[in-house]
Write a protein of this length. Sequence first.
Length: 106
Amino acid sequence: MRTLGPRVRVIDTRRIRPPTERRGKVSEAIYGSAEWKALRARLLTERGSICEQCGRHGRVILDHIKELRDGGAPFDPANLMFLCDEHHGAKTLRERARRAAERFVK
């Protein structure tokens, strides 16, 4: 059995792979910028910590409606909405699946 180890390869069968460090978010740096933090604080004061999908109060994530990699404006309040973890995760999965489908159609 020990001789078979190097010959057996592990195959990744997932259809959509999570981003690697190399292919991660291109614009991650903006989320740590002073401009982003000030905008988030201002919108949190204006809109409150409420999910704009379900109205749940609590921890919310400021998310781009049109994602940055799709050409969305990074600091435009009209392109931003607060989402709870559940809705943010669902939206992220939908967008990831849409992009994957577009790769196969081309």
